[in-house]
Design a protein around this ligand. Structure first.
Ligand SMILES: N[C@@H](CCC(=O)N[C@@H](CS)C(=O)NCC(=O)O)C(=O)O
Length: 217
């Protein structure tokens, strides 16, 4: 495909925006990054995502796509040339979507509650630990959730790879440790070592400063 308009409206500190950046880079798609200010959202963001008014928004030849997991699927289906993000087998595709959705439906809301309760509510801690154990179990001895190279669940789980540690350091309650989750930590090493991930995800130190200033990750 030539002469395409591909624009990403995002913010540097968002794990959701970073999912989309990672997918575009994996596919080798050239795009323009539009950095939003969430305290003063641009008219374009409000126009392209009138329902949720959130980043990320991918604009492809004038057409907006919203919700990061849907954008990942759109990218995978639109740019067939690069490596696949979703597996081709229908059962494996459904399973990947299940785990990616679980992150967004359960783990991320629990992490938000963890921040709100300043890491003090045992019920929230238990919920996060249970979800992490399930993820650890799903990963098993694989290098990545998708197998030998990164796929949908790996990209969706970048919150586990970086943001969770920032959150627990910021609130001062450590629950996600190498001792408790050795497989997930091995995955983090592999994931953070991929060149596309290294060049895309922000530095932990910068996220910590941002968290201290804004009160959210
Ligand atoms: N489910 C959405 C979540 C996106 C999201 O929560 N974006 C945040 C930034 S991390 C946002 O734009 N917040 C602005 C607001 O809530 O006003 C996705 O996967 O794209």
């Amino acid at each position: 495909m030539t002469n395409q308009e591909v624009k990403l409206f995002g913010v540097w500190e968002s794990p959701f925006s970073k999912r989309v950046e990672i997918a575009l880079k994996i596919k080798g798609v050239e795009y323009e990054n539009v950095e939003e200010d969430l305290s003063n959202k641009s008219p374009q963001l409000l126009k392209y995502n009138p329902v949720h008014q959130k980043v990320p928004v991918l604009l492809h030849n004038g057409k907006p796509i919203v919700e990061s997991l849907l954008i990942l699927e759109y990218i995978d289906e639109t740019w067939k040339s690069g490596p696949s993000i979703l597996p081709s087998d229908p059962y494996e595709r459904a399973t990947s979507r299940f785990w990616a959705n679980l992150l967004d439906d359960k783990l991320i809301p629990a992490a938000m509650k963890f921040i709100k309760s300043k890491g003090k509510e045992q019920e929230v801690i238990d919920e996060i630990c249970e979800l992490l154990s399930k993820l650890e179990n799903e990963l098993g001895d694989k290098k990545f959730f998708a197998g030998e190279s990164i796929g949908l669940v790996d990209i969706a789980a970048n919150i586990v790879a970086l943001w969770l540690d920032v959150i627990q350091e910021a609130v001062g309650t450590k629950i996600f440790t190498k001792e408790a989750y050795p497989k997930l930590f091995k995955w983090i090493d592999e994931y953070m070592n991929c060149s596309v991930i290294k060049e895309t995800l922000p530095l932990k130190a910068d996220l910590l400063v941002h968290f201290a200033q804004s009160g959210h990750a």
